[in-house]
Design a protein around this ligand. Structure first.
Ligand SMILES: [Zn+2]
Ligand SMILES: [Zn+2]
Ligand SMILES: [Zn+2]
Ligand SMILES: [Zn+2]
Length: 255
């Protein structure tokens, strides 16, 4: 049952210096940490900074793009990212605030062109979908999501209902059924067999992990070579770039 107390709790801003638009956006099923710019430290209001009208227009376009990007991806792929509900709700709330600050007329004029661009994108998508050939098996209309989910080397031209389940060939070593997750790193083997064939860590002789990067060290030995974040001092995850191109900040401190 939703009580008044619970509603008050949900509607309250998340904490000191948090914008009112973050209220009720503190938690979302399945998200451990915060969502950047929505309910984490990047969403703190900056004291002593009042935006100009021009800056508000730039922000309005930013939040319009943010929410329309999500809507467009959903329109094409029919899949939702887990934190998108929060990002969209926050963007909508910020847009409302900006509209109130600028006044309806000025706000509408400021984003009119951008909004028209987005409407055009959606009508282009609509046309693209209508021009898709029907399912070659049952004749049903196909969606762009059907097209996007078509396997690279599987049958083409089918609707979602007629698409066979994806199957990988069994492991070339042990013959077990292989999982799709991680199969990009295992060639024709299963995860276990491919892991067994990895050479040990050149530093400690320990087990290495299968992955996209072909380094000679195990995770622990590689981590020991990664300096902590220059800004907050946090221990960092493995950088996604080589150490000489590493910017030195942790994922929470940089964009
Ligand atoms: Zn079909
Ligand atoms: Zn195997
Ligand atoms: Zn090691
Ligand atoms: Zn940091």
């Amino acid at each position: 049952m939703i009580t008044d107390g619970l509603l008050d709790e949900l509607n309250r801003p998340l904490g000191p210096r948090m914008p009112a638009e973050s209220a009720g956006l503190g938690a979302c099923w399945g998200i451990g940490g915060g969502v950047r710019g929505v309910n984490d430290r990047w969403s703190l209001l900056v004291e002593g900074f009042a935006p100009t009208e021009y800056e508000l227009v730039v922000l309005a376009k930013h939040y319009l793009d943010a929410r329309m990007d999500i809507a467009l991806i959903y329109r094409c792929y029919e899949q939702y990212g887990i934190d998108w509900c929060l990002k969209q709700a926050f963007a909508d709330a910020r847009l409302n605030t900006i509209e109130r600050a600028l006044g309806e007329e000025k706000y509408n004029a400021a984003i009119a062109k951008r909004l028209a661009d987005w409407k055009q994108k959606f009508s282009d998508i609509e046309k693209q979908e209508q021009s898709l050939a029907p399912c070659t098996k049952c004749g049903a209309r196909r969606s762009l999501a059907d097209l996007a989910n078509e396997p690279a080397n599987g049958p083409a031209g089918l609707c979602a209902g007629c698409m066979p389940d994806e199957h990988l060939t069994p492991c070339a070593n042990c013959g077990c059924e292989r999982g799709v997750v991680g199969s990009a790193y295992t060639a024709d083997l299963c995860w276990n067999c491919a892991s067994e064939r990895l050479t040990p860590c050149t530093n400690c002789g320990g087990k290495r992990r299968l992955g996209p990067d072909n380094r000679d060290l195990c995770d622990a030995c590689y981590m020991a070579t990664v300096p902590p974040c220059k800004y907050c001092g946090a221990k960092r995850y493995l950088p996604s770039v080589s150490l000489e191109n590493d910017h030195g900040y942790c994922g929470g401190c940089t964009w």
